[in-house]
Design a protein. Structure first.
Length: 216
């Protein structure tokens, strides 16, 4: 059976719409039926493909690159690959485990005191904060990431390949977010259950050039 490979951040992981994960309040209160699914599952079901969803909340582009490289030799010519490119100001640092990285979301580190309990000394913490604040959002990183994505795209041999940016997902697909779905009760801009269905339609039509054709 062919595989649908999805790589990305929380938009691909399904933050808010999957159970037993931090931030699943929306799932607990608003899931109404078995059809309330995240877009990778909806798309895989429509295609009749096996799903390998490697999205991760807060993922950096470096994490996404690593996951694509780690799985490169398992991707076949019959598979579909979808890459969710994330914000360039997210980056990774070595964690306490020497074989793992700790993800730093550059957009929140200035106000997130939780990092102080993770970084073992003041000098390291201040280094990370300063890099995040002064450098991580620089356009040069975005350009470097684009070059890497372009290279990976050029060497992956698969049936269909599609990319999208986290920061433009709502502009491109007009998919509903959780804040709108809950009429402002939840300040969450991840996709709602309806948003996941809408985004699945958008990706499907983008893959097969069938504008207007609906999945659901």
């Amino acid at each position: 059976m062919a595989t649908l490979w999805t790589f990305g951040d929380s938009m691909t992981f399904g933050h808010g719409c999957v159970p037993n994960y931090e931030g699943d309040e929306y799932y607990k209160k608003y899931k109404k039926s078995d059809d309330d699914l995240i877009w990778p599952v909806i798309l895989a079901n429509k295609l009749g493909y096996k799903l390998n969803n490697l999205g991760k909340c807060g993922a950096s582009n470096d994490y996404i690159f690593d996951k694509i490289i780690d799985n490169y030799h398992s991707i076949s010519e019959n598979d579909i690959v979808i890459v969710n490119k994330t914000f360039s100001y997210r980056f990774d640092i070595p964690s306490h485990n020497p074989d793992e990285f700790y993800n730093v979301c550059g957009e929140v580190i200035k106000s997130d005191t939780g990092y102080k309990t993770t970084i073992e000394n003041k000098e390291k913490y201040e280094t990370i904060v300063n890099f995040s604040y002064y450098f991580s959002g620089h356009d040069v990183y975005r350009k470097r990431h684009e070059k890497r994505y372009d290279f990976l795209k050029s060497i992956i041999k698969c049936y269909k390949y599609f990319e999208f940016y986290t920061q433009t997902i709502w502009e491109d697909s007009h998919a509903q977010n959780i804040k709108d779905a809950t009429k402002g009760k939840m300040e969450d801009y991840h996709l709602s259950f309806l948003g996941h269905k809408q985004f699945a339609n958008y990706v499907y039509s983008s893959l097969f050039n069938e504008d207007g054709k609906k999945l659901l």
